[in-house]
Design a protein around this ligand. Structure first.
Ligand code: ATP
Length: 273
């Protein structure tokens, strides 16, 4: 099946309010918003606006969320694709999709292109086992490099990419004028987990006994995605029990389930190794 390029012409409603914690990353990302909103500030001094920004961090730390918030804050269209969609495709299809994506984004500039899991196409050639050589991946990567080089720095298109494996990326992607800026998103601290709970509790009907401090204390190592997951799971548990409000006990039950799931996942991974 052909990969989807979602060109969300409809306005992205995600803003920085939806992104909790990640203070430093937000500051850096705000600069990107300003490049999109006020390019003259930079170009009139002769500056070249960066084309590519790499968001680097473990799974679930909010890379996609952050990219969407950039589009939402700058009020520009958001075009996205995921690197992993290209791995299984027929030769040539990936490259033409990339061409298409850049063409559309340029037509709608100022705009954002978001490439999730860029490591799936942008893996260094030397790191790929000869038996797993993937022509499609390579031609997609080459097209991506061609596109990045082919548009001027001040066309109003900024390409954001996400990865949790910066170590495997082909160095060609990281050269000046390509993805030469990196923004790091780390797993949240206890205080940041509390903030993330805050964002996701906003939409729930909560009982009086809900204690966010305790929830964040009892979720060490959890990512933002895990926390979003706990909050939704807790609401489902409460609904199943026909409750009017979501209580602390529902969150604790949801947390235990998610920890169980995470443990199973890491057991499967360690058994594979
Ligand atoms: P992956 O590497 O697995 O693609 P990611 O880093 O792109 O993950 P997202 O897809 O952005 O992570 O996160 C998934 C969901 O987790 C978000 O839609 C959001 O609901 C929640 N989330 C993650 N980080 C945060 C955060 N900092 N603040 C609020 N919510 C968050």
């Amino acid at each position: 099946s052909s990969p989807k390029i979602s060109d969300e012409q409809t306005k992205i409603s995600v803003t920085f309010d939806d992104v909790a914690g990640l203070k430093e990353a937000k500051i850096e990302v705000m600069e990107v918003v300003d490049f999109l909103k006020n390019p003259e500030t930079y170009t009139k001094l002769g500056a070249k606006i960066p084309k590519g920004v790499m968001l680097v961090g473990p799974p679930g730390t909010g890379k996609t969320l952050m990219a969407r918030a950039v589009a939402g804050e700058a009020k520009v269209p958001f075009f996205s694709m995921s690197g992993s969609e290209f791995v299984e495709m027929f030769v040539g299809v990936g490259a033409s999709r990339v061409r298409d994506l850049f063409k559309k984004a340029k037509e709608k500039a100022p705009s954002i292109i978001f490439i999730d899991e860029i490591d799936a196409v942008g893996r260094s050639r030397s790191k790929v086992n000869a038996f797993q050589a993937n022509d499609e991946r390579e031609s997609t990567l080459n097209q991506l490099l061609t596109e990045l080089d082919g548009f001027g720095p001040n066309t109003g298109v900024i390409v954001l990419a996400a990865t949790n494996r910066p170590d495997v990326l082909d160095k060609a992607l990281l050269r000046p004028g390509r993805f030469d800026r990196h923004i790091y998103l780390e797993l949240p601290t206890k205080e940041e987990r509390q903030e993330i709970f805050g964002v996701h509790l906003r939409r729930l009907k909560l009982a009086e006994n809900v204690d966010v401090g305790q929830l964040s204390k009892l979720s060490p190592g959890f990512s933002g995605a895990d926390i979003a997951n706990i909050c939704n799971e807790a609401a489902l548990i409460a609904a199943r029990k026909k409750k009017e409000k979501v209580g602390q006990e529902d969150f604790m039950e949801a947390r235990d389930r998610i920890i169980g799931g995470l443990e199973r996942k890491s057991k499967i991974i360690s058994e594979k190794e």
